[in-house]
Design a protein around this ligand. Structure first.
Ligand code: HEC
Length: 191
């Protein structure tokens, strides 16, 4: 009994101490240095379980046919994904090196996540990481599914193919449906 009481009291003191430490502004949220191991672990665990749980409700419809993959390549280039993640034959922009977490190379994302999870991540973004919620920019879900198809096939797409697919002079027939690339950024989020 006594042992339990002491353990409980110690746990409460530790929790209160932790809360005071954090609310007192002592934990640094700087992106300039790594998080404590336990913080990195906790954020990763929360992210992974949240993505799996939410993606469970999604029925994947990502046909990986060539037209869809090419449409995805076009949007990937238009919407700036390559600035953070790089793309076939293209490295990320310099600023991405200073991000924490560092935006990953997406070549292996298709092995880590199934289509529904990729869709959820691209649509909703990942809070506190810099990964934007593209569902706010592209209301047509087919466009998001074409990004999924592109990411799933990234491993096999050569730099030369990618360059051809995203070139401004690409024959009109091969371009994805001509939607405006995105609303002017200033209006995003306003109804
Ligand atoms: C401003 C930078 C930025 C842009 C732009 C961006 N991302 Fe991300 N993205 C990130 C970061 C950072 C992560 C890592 C998040 C984490 O570690 O939890 C990420 C994670 C991802 C993941 C999960 C990867 C994995 O291995 O788990 C996918 C998929 C993804 N992004 C796709 C995209 C696509 C597609 C676009 C464009 C439509 C895009 N991202 C644009 C920063 C960005």
């Amino acid at each position: 009994m006594r042992f339990l009481a002491v353990t409980g009291a110690l746990a409460i003191v530790a929790a209160l101490g932790g809360l005071l430490y954090v609310l007192g502004g002592n934990y640094s949220v700087a992106a300039a240095r790594p998080n404590f191991g336990i913080v990195t672990w906790a954020i990763g665990a929360i992210r992974d379980s949240s993505v799996s749980r939410h993606a469970d409700a999604i029925t994947a419809r990502a046909p990986d046919d060539m037209a869809t993959v090419r449409a995805g390549a076009w949007i990937f280039a238009q919407d700036g994904c390559a600035n953070c993640h790089g793309g076939p034959g293209i490295g990320p922009a310099k600023f991405a090196e200073a991000m924490r977490p560092r935006p990953p190379d997406l070549k292996t994302a298709g092995e880590k996540h199934d289509a529904a999870r990729l869709f959820w991540i691209i649509k909703n973004g990942i809070t506190l990481t810099g990964m934007p919620a593209y569902g706010a920019l592209r209301k047509d879900e087919q466009e998001l599914w074409s990004l999924v198809a592109f990411v799933r096939n990234l491993r096999w797409i050569s730099a030369a193919d990618y360059a051809t697919w995203i070139a401004p002079g690409m024959p009109a027939a091969e371009k994805p449906p001509a939607k405006p690339a995105a609303k002017p950024r200033a209006t995003i989020g306003k109804k």
